[in-house]
Design a protein. Structure first.
Length: 95
């Protein structure tokens, strides 16, 4: 399960790309694609091996007018959904 101390990285088969037709960001994986909202794309772009807590910190700084609690809840929910779909690699917790 994804927690705040879990390091997250997109799986090797997953690519974050902009759709040339819609200009929306997409997570592309074998024979499928997932269109992302702007916020979901921000989270996915930060899945580079940092912890979920570091992603929350980064987004809390970007969206200074939004309370940290809903950011944390939404980030964890989105990351857990990605993990359930097999779109995250590893999932190791920091020591």
């Amino acid at each position: 399960m994804i927690e705040l101390d879990t390091r997250v990285r997109l799986a090797r088969k997953v690519r974050l790309r902009r759709d040339p037709r819609s200009s929306k960001m997409m997570l592309l994986y074998p024979e499928r694609g997932l269109e992302l909202s702007d916020t979901a794309a921000d989270v996915a772009a930060l899945c580079d091996g940092r912890t979920a807590a570091a992603i929350v910190d980064e987004l809390a700084a970007r969206y200074a007018g939004v309370a940290r609690e809903p950011i944390e809840r939404d980030v964890l929910s989105f990351l857990r959904t990605l993990a359930e779909r097999g779109l995250l690699a590893g999932g190791e917790e920091t020591p």
